[in-house]
Each structure stands twice: as structure tokens, then as C-alpha cells.
Design a protein around this ligand. Structure first.
Ligand SMILES: [Zn+2]
Length: 61
């Protein structure tokens, strides 16, 4: 997988636990347990977006 380098410090994966799926990130963030993997992926996407925004904001004075 070569997509890892493009995502910076945040690399999300989805894990399945029983009938639930949840998103995880290399930064330590974990999304809520979802009934569908699509939902978990959406959580991961949202995390990447918010994390990116937060970092951009934090780096600005
Ligand atoms: Zn993250």
C-alpha cells in the first residue's frame, strides 16, 4: 500500500469487531463502533478532514 505516505501522520484503517466496524487512526484516534464498514470509513474520512483542519489551524498564529 503506497497510500500511507500521502496521508501524513494520520493513517486510518477500519477494524471489524464482531458485527461492528470501527475506524482507527495511527494518531490514536478511534471512531465509534458502526454497523457497517461504510459508516466506519465515513468516520475515518471525517477524522482526516477535521484533524487536517485542526493541524492547519494550530500551525497558524
Ligand atoms: Zn488521526
Amino acid at each position: 500500500m503506497h497510500e500511507q505516505s500521502a496521508t501524513g501522520p494520520h493513517h486510518t484503517t477500519t477494524t471489524e469487531r464482531g458485527s461492528f466496524a470501527l475506524a482507527r487512526c495511527t494518531c490514536g484516534w478511534t471512531g465509534p463502533a458502526r454497523r457497517s464498514r461504510d459508516r466506519a470509513r465515513a468516520d475515518a474520512d471525517a477524522h482526516l478532514t477535521t484533524a487536517d483542519t485542526a493541524e492547519t489551524r494550530a500551525s497558524q498564529p
